[in-house]
Design a protein around this ligand. Structure first.
Ligand SMILES: *[C@@H]1O[C@H](CO)[C@@H](O)[C@H](O)[C@H]1NC(C)=O
Ligand SMILES: *[C@@H]1O[C@H](CO)[C@@H](O)[C@H](O)[C@H]1NC(C)=O
Ligand SMILES: *[C@@H]1O[C@H](CO)[C@@H](O)[C@H](O)[C@H]1NC(C)=O
Length: 254
């Protein structure tokens, strides 16, 4: 039975790999979500090696942000995206683009007012649509690219520029941002943000396993990878956590 399932998996591996640009040897296919996706073996890896590796509950981490806040940009670019790449497999990451915005209902549509002006509302909407239309391994690099780009260009130009390199369906996302449906998606972000207990005081604002404290916020802002590694309860941690496992006692004593 066991042997049979191994053979079935192998056959799947081989037949799926023939139809892709997967240029990695099979023993690396489950080494990261990115490679697994390229090699089209995500399901097989999730069902086999990843479940074996994950022996603790995922660390819930949520970022509340607004698209044009320079400190949100800094957090996403310097901390969140690198952490997602390094230890994403042990994170249950949620991002909520709304922040310090406000909403009022006008007829059947929500009208948004944003801290950094109307362009920020457009940026939040684009992010909400991207989150809806893509899975996380696609919307994270896309939003990371847009956050970097909006330091100098507006959100719509950034959405277009960042689309092709990240295989994002830009047409659909920009269309969504103009529709009632996109308006509702953004309202869901407002609802999530307003549900925070305690209410957020600033953005970026993070919660770790549902909790916000100044200590968590500081640790996330300074070294998110370390914070996620230390919070994860599983015994087998990702490679990137090894650096933090034991204190570095290497010294040149006199
Ligand atoms: C991931 O987080 C979301 C909330 O952001 C929650 O609804 C979901 O249950 C969490 N999943 C796991 C596996 O912890
Ligand atoms: C994410 O979406 C892409 C593109 O639609 C797809 O190829 C990939 O299999 C998806 N990955 C997961 C983990 O669902
Ligand atoms: C993550 O959030 C989900 C949903 O709220 C919860 O069931 C789970 O216990 C949380 N995980 C941890 C490690 O706190």
């Amino acid at each position: 039975m066991k042997l049979l399932s191994v053979i079935v998996i192998l056959v799947n591996f081989i037949s799926t790999s023939l139809s892709t640009n997967c240029n990695f040897p099979p023993d690396l296919w489950c080494s990261s979500k990115e490679i697994a996706e390229l090699c089209k073996v995500t399901e097989q890896c999730a069902a086999n090696s990843w479940n074996v590796k994950l022996d603790g509950p995922l660390v819930n981490f949520t970022l509340y942000y607004e698209s044009l806040c320079p400190y949100c940009r800094e957090f996403i670019v310097d901390q969140l995206f690198p952490a997602y790449q390094a230890v994403g497999e042990i994170m249950n990451l949620t991002i909520v683009p709304y922040g310090n915005a406000q909403e009022t209902l006008h007829g059947s549509l929500w009208a948004y007012t944003c801290q950094h002006g109307p362009n920020e509302c457009v940026g939040n909407l684009i992010d909400s649509c991207a989150i809806y239309y893509m899975n996380q391994s696609f919307y994270m690099p896309y939003i990371y690219c847009m956050e970097k780009a909006t330091a100098t260009i507006d959100p719509i130009t950034a959405a277009k520029k960042c689309g092709p390199p990240n295989s994002a369906p830009v047409g659909g996302i920009l269309e969504c941002a103009k529709t009632v449906f996109g308006n509702r998606l953004e309202h869901e972000m407002a609802v999530k943000t307003d549900a925070l207990q305690p209410q957020h005081q600033y953005v970026p604002w993070v919660t770790l396993n549902g909790v916000h404290t100044e200590k968590i916020q500081d640790e996330a802002s300074n070294h998110l990878i370390k914070l996620i590694c230390e919070t994860y309860q599983g015994s087998k941690k990702p490679e990137a956590c090894k650096t933090f496992e034991k204190p570095n006692t290497n010294r040149c004593h006199k």
